[in-house]
Ligand binder design. Structure first.
Ligand code: HEC
Length: 134
């Protein structure tokens, strides 16, 4: 009888561990490489772009996937099978402003394009805001 209890306790722990490692700790795979064209990557951020203006736009358009701090842990991220990437990482921040602006403009499924949803000035303001997440 005692042994049976131990076996059940063991099985329970095992399933619990499997469940936890699948949900909370499993890292989603990165998407395929997504290089911006050289002409886009070299674009400079206009001096008028202000992070303060990008903050609300980020909350409105991006936070649901990318998360409050850009960690890629927004509420919609759970349902996406690739990583939304970590905006605070050196890898992300190592890109040029032009590259980040281009990706925000174009999008790539499942990420939407923001070409029509925001003006150039608004997208630059969001890029300025993303720089504050490092
Ligand atoms: C529906 C979810 C979703 C929304 C909303 C969303 N994104 Fe994304 N974003 C993603 C996913 C998923 C990726 C990874 C795409 C890939 O690797 O193909 C991504 C990638 C990016 C990248 C490239 C990351 C890198 O490491 O180079 C940038 C920049 C970006 N998003 C900016 C934004 C901005 C700015 C907004 C809001 C204006 C936004 N995203 C809204 C899902 C989303």
């Amino acid at each position: 009888m005692k042994n049976l209890k131990k076996i059940f306790a063991g099985l329970f722990l095992l399933t619990a561990c499997m469940f936890i490692s699948q949900s909370a700790f499993a890292q989603k795979p990165d998407g395929k490489p997504w290089p911006a064209p050289a002409s886009a990557a070299s674009k400079k951020m206009p001096a008028s772009a202000k992070a303060a203006d990008g903050k609300d736009l980020y909350a409105q358009h991006c936070k649901s996937c990318h998360g409050a701090k850009g960690k890629g842990d927004g509420s919609k991220a759970e349902k996406i099978d690739i990583s939304c990437n970590d905006f605070s990482s050196a890898k992300f921040q190592g890109q040029t402003d032009g590259e980040i602006f281009w990706k925000t403009t174009e999008g790539r499924k499942p990420m939407p394009s923001y070409k029509e949803k925001m003006s150039d000035a608004e997208r630059w303001a969001v890029v300025a805001y993303l720089r504050t997440l490092k």
